[in-house]
Design a protein around this ligand. Structure first.
Ligand code: FAD
Length: 474
């Protein structure tokens, strides 16, 4: 066989491998990697063993590496860098971005063996590994009688969600998840492992809102809040309304004064062929105070009320339904400063039309309203998450179907709904929480006023653009 005479045999074999990868002739040969990893690490050639929440524009790796230690992550990143093998890290696999480009020539670094959640001796700090799910964090926190900020769906990656900002039912009391980081163990885009703290000004700022663009966070230390038993429960659950009640519900939500203990979500759901408007109310306190706080919603006359006092470990149970993985689920998110009942009716009509398609009957709409005062006590510039002072609520229009032939139709519905919301978003510039973005928005919409600084940091920290799958900055 011929090879360039200026190369040694091993250089040639590396070169041949890269050429074959580029031309798609072979998937990734990871045989030399396995020997470098700790005994518990695994490498699968079958990516179907690592299912994702949405298969729409999902990454399609050639191999999946399951590191068993934080050091394995670093070894894998270095191995991939040395061979110019593209890679992407996965935590919960719920990210629905359409900017993923990983294909058969690349590896997925799936952190599913790094799920430990441990606490310091007085339960004021939790160390969360990069593969832990929200369910892992909540279970461990409840067992330690301490509160830790997480999102509200058990299946979501704990750090995957936090690195974009991190919204939780406890945000009114403790701020964004990124405000609660103490330190982050990071494998940088050059393969170096570092512990990032406020002393590392640029990285510390960038990781807290645009994390996936700057490396792999293998674990994070977070503030934890030890509480007495009485604080380990909340009054929460769904109130169901008829579609005809949408406008008064929207007006009531718009006019709610949110105490720090409150949180609310609004959903459009197709329940066995009957569209319903569902609000999930949350009050970190007693039932009486919760009912009083959400009185304006009760005054509208919900057709069902399944609220109850729930233990901390069960707060997210109502969201387990949407956690099921698989199918195609493109989502279009928007940030809003206020809710316009007319726009919400128009979006409802778009959704009601979409769910008439037999293939898309389980599509849904979601909106989260959380108290923002605590997060706004810090300036917008305090972290890369850019919308503290502007956005009050986040809405998401989600199509759910299985047939790829429906993609274009789904996109047209999603874009219509997004346009309707944006027309009355009440913002000086359209904004989208990065974790809710679709992928066709401008980077300004996603990164807001953080964009320029993020671009500069990206050039310094990841000049090769190795972390460029999540709303890439370069
Ligand atoms: C059912 C559902 C419920 C949700 N609820 C909430 C909520 O309550 N609050 C909220 O804030 N968000 C919520 N989200 C949005 C969620 O935050 C994003 O979808 C998030 O990106 C998912 O993270 P993941 O780890 O599950 O997904 P992944 O697809 O694994 O990760 C998303 C992106 O982050 C990167 N990433 C993941 N882990 C790391 C790491 N350790 N280091 C570096 N990069 C990493 C990945 O490479 C990928 O680019 C929800 C999403 C879904 C689907």
């Amino acid at each position: 066989m011929w090879w360039p005479t200026t190369m040694t045999l091993s250089e040639f074999l590396n070169w041949l491998c890269i050429v074959q990868l580029i031309s798609g002739v072979m998937s990734v040969d990871t045989s030399s990697l396995q020997a470098l990893l700790s005994p518990g690490a695994r490498i699968d050639s079958d990516a179907s063993q690592s299912p994702r929440w949405s298969e729409y524009k999902a990454p399609r790796p050639g191999s999946v590496v399951h590191p068993a230690t934080e050091e394995d992550v670093q070894i894998t990143v270095k191995w991939a860098i040395n061979r110019s093998v593209p890679f992407l890290v996965q935590n919960g696999g719920n990210g629905w971005a359409t900017t993923f480009k990983l294909d058969q020539t690349g590896i997925l670094i799936h952190l599913d063996q790094l799920r430990s959640v441990t606490f310091n001796s007085n339960n004021t700090q939790a160390t969360v590994e990069g593969g832990a799910l929200i369910s892992d964090v909540v279970a461990a926190a409840a067992a330690h009688s301490a509160l830790v900020l997480t999102g509200t769906c058990n299946c979501v990656g704990a750090l995957g969600a936090m690195l974009g900002g991190g919204f939780s039912n406890l945000m009114g009391q403790y701020g964004l998840a990124v405000d609660n980081f103490v330190s982050l163990n990071l494998v940088k885009p050059n393969g170096e492992a570092v512990t990032v703290t406020p002393r590392n000004a640029g990285l510390w700022w960038a990781l807290r809102g645009a994390g996936p663009n700057f490396g792999v966070v293998t674990s994070a230390v977070l503030k934890a809040y030890p509480v007495p038993a009485s604080r380990l429960s909340a009054w929460t659950g769904p109130l169901v309304f008829q579609p005809a009640q949408l406008e008064p519900v929207v007006r009531a939500i718009q006019n709610l004064t949110l105490a720090p203990e409150m949180a609310l979500s609004l959903n459009f759901i197709n329940q066995a062929g009957s569209p319903i408007i569902l609000t999930t109310v949350f009050y970190h306190g007693t039932e009486d105070t919760g009912r009083a706080a959400f009185k304006s919603l009760f005054d509208i006359g919900p057709i069902a009320d399944s609220t109850a006092v729930q233990p901390y470990a069960a707060w997210n149970d109502g969201s387990n339904g949407p956690c099921v993985k698989g199918g195609r689920r493109p989502n279009w998110g928007v940030g809003l400063a206020s809710m316009d009942p007319g726009s919400w009716r128009d979006v409802y009509d778009v959704w009601a039309e979409l769910i008439k398609w037999p293939s898309a009957e389980n599509s849904s709409v979601l909106m989260n309203l959380l108290p923002t005062d605590k997060a706004r006590s810090l300036p917008d510039s305090s972290s890369a998450y850019p919308f503290r002072s502007t956005v009050k609520m986040f809405a998401v229009f989600g199509a759910f179907y299985r047939d790829p032939a429906f993609d274009a139709t789904a996109v047209s519905y999603g874009q219509r709904a997004r346009r309707l919301w944006q027309a009355t978003d009440g913002l000086a510039q359209h904004s989208t929480y990065i974790n809710n973005a679709f992928g066709d928005e401008s980077l300004q919409t996603i990164y807001g006023n953080s964009l320029e600084r993020l671009r500069q940091l990206k050039e310094q920290i990841d000049p090769e653009g190795r972390f460029n799958e999540w709303f890439p900055l370069s």
